[in-house]
Write a protein that binds this ligand. Structure first.
Ligand code: UDX
Length: 454
């Protein structure tokens, strides 16, 4: 058995809450601290402030067992903690850099509150060098004569499968300048049975940014290949399958679509570019990755323009709003810019999402209409767009587009259906990186290509 530890987690966003709940679940005594009273009172009742599959049952179980507590009072929450985990937000500033003001604020409070030797873990994604900065801030503001250590321990969980990832992740990274301290943090995580890698502090901070930048690169790369496939008459699904079979490439993160969104990739890629510029290094590849993603988010708009010219007066259904399935998170979702531009061009827009509609109201153009079901959303529309690959969309019987729409024309930004399905249903189907189905207008570019061979 592993000794139970007293752990306090500051900040209950995705990273903080999921980490806190799982640490309680593996036997530790965990207190989650957040300044938001409404959130704390919700969480104390076993309710998650955001939608995340599997999280609430785990919260309830550990609240009942007495291992999981919530409070708004930081001083009380930190009392007797062996380990304090900082998981507050590091949002993007206007210049693309990471805003670490919340972390600084919290470290001052920690410095004033700790009354015994403590390990302080920074889990929030922070620019290289931040852990050392925070160590200095705490050191010069300590109220009591205690020893402390700052450890970098970045988080790799994905929204929508955060609970699963916590128990089945590929690795835990622990960055520390003190091996004994690193071992202690490793002991805390031991019951998860995951691979643990101990590194120096700056490398740990860099691993997080480098991993997210690399994954974003994979996505932008496959999106560019898909744009080429459209122009050259190849099929991106076949291409990705053929590429991914090479073990050095791998099958994951080769899904072409309308680009990446969410709370991590856009923010972390921009922050890394910003840091690179600051140290006088021009990170050309990553700058390209970001530009490609911005272009890809508008891909469907270009296709609509090519197909229809003007969208004035068209009734357009949008299925899927969140940045990816199984989450209600709207941050950096392509749906925001796409619906905005459609309305700007005079289209009438009705949207539907299985989970994100409540959040969407704060993000989308006020002229957007909200549908009550998939069927009511596509009824009597001229065009349907699919922006998120929720299972409920992928499982649709495509004949409903033919029955309910004015004209069954579907622009699928996430390749939810096979070309055969679309062909059989008789819908006009535009997807990403694949031939257009049931539209006898041959794209100009393919005509040009054919002519060039003559
Ligand atoms: C990501 C990282 O995966 C995780 O390790 C890190 O801790 C936080 O950022 P998350 O933002 O939850 O997690 O989502 P992820 O599943 O990685 O998807 C991010 C975006 O990329 C989504 O918009 C998704 O639609 C897009 N994506 C992903 C693609 O367009 N194609 C792919 O092949 C994979």
């Amino acid at each position: 058995g592993v000794a139970n530890m007293k752990v306090s987690v500051i900040g209950t966003g995705y990273v903080g809450l999921v980490s806190g709940v799982s640490l309680a679940d593996i036997g530790h005594d965990v207190t989650c601290i957040d300044i938001n009273e409404r959130k704390v009172s919700l969480m104390s009742k076993g309710k998650s402030p955001f939608y995340e599959p599997g999280l609430e049952p785990l919260m309830k179980k550990n609240i009942v067992s007495g291992r999981l507590h919530f409070t708004t009072e930081i001083q009380k929450g930190l009392l007797n903690a062996d380990i304090v985990i900082i998981a507050v937000g590091t949002p993007m500033k206007d210049d693309g850099s990471a805003d670490i003001s919340q972390i600084k604020q919290v470290s001052l409070q920690i410095a004033e509150s700790i009354v015994k030797d403590t390990i302080i873990i920074i889990k929030s994604t922070v620019p290289v060098g931040t852990n050392e900065l925070i160590r200095d801030i705490i050191f010069s503001n300590l109220s009591h004569n205690v020893e402390f250590s700052v450890v970098s321990n970045p988080e790799f969980l994905r929204e929508g499968s955060a609970v699963y990832d916590t128990y089945h992740g590929d690795r835990i990274i622990i960055g520390s300048d003190n091996y004994r301290v690193a071992e202690c943090v490793a002991t805390m995580y031991k019951p998860l049975g995951m691979n643990i890698l101990i590194t120096d502090i700056r490398s740990a901070e860099m691993i997080k940014y480098a991993s997210n930048a690399f994954l974003a690169t994979k996505i932008s790369f496959i999106n560019e290949i898909s744009n080429l496939c459209e122009r050259l008459g190849a099929n991106i699904e076949e291409v990705a399958l053929g590429m991914g079979t090479d073990k050095r490439i791998g099958h994951e993160f080769l899904n072409a679509g309308i680009g990446y969104g969410g709370s991590c990739f856009p923010k972390d890629t921009n922050a890394l570019v910003q840091v690179s510029d600051q140290v006088g290094y021009n990170f050309e590849l990553l700058k390209g990755v970001i530009r490609v993603n911005q272009r890809q988010q508008k891909l469907l708009l270009h296709k609509l323009k090519h197909r229809f010219g003007s969208l004035k007066g068209k009734r357009i259904a949008v299925l899927g709003l969140s940045f990816k399935p199984n989450t209600d998170d709207m941050r950096e979702a392509a749906s925001i810019i796409i619906t905005d531009k459609l309305i700007e061009q005079g289209a009438e827009v009705v949207v539907y999402d299985p989970k994100a509609m409540k959040n969407a109201v704060q993000w989308l153009n006020p002229k957007v209409n909200y549908g009550i079901s998939i069927k009511e959303t596509i009824r009597e529309t001229d065009i349907a767009l699919i922006l998120t690959e929720w299972d409920v969309f992928k499982e649709l019987d495509l004949s409903i587009f033919v029955e309910l729409m004015n004209s069954p024309i579907v622009f699928d930004g996430r390749n939810c259906f096979t070309l055969d399905e679309a062909m059989e249903a008789g819908i006009e189907y535009h997807s990403v990186g694949r031939p257009v189905i049931n539209n006898n207008i041959i794209p100009d570019r393919l005509v040009k290509l054919a002519e060039s061979y003559v």
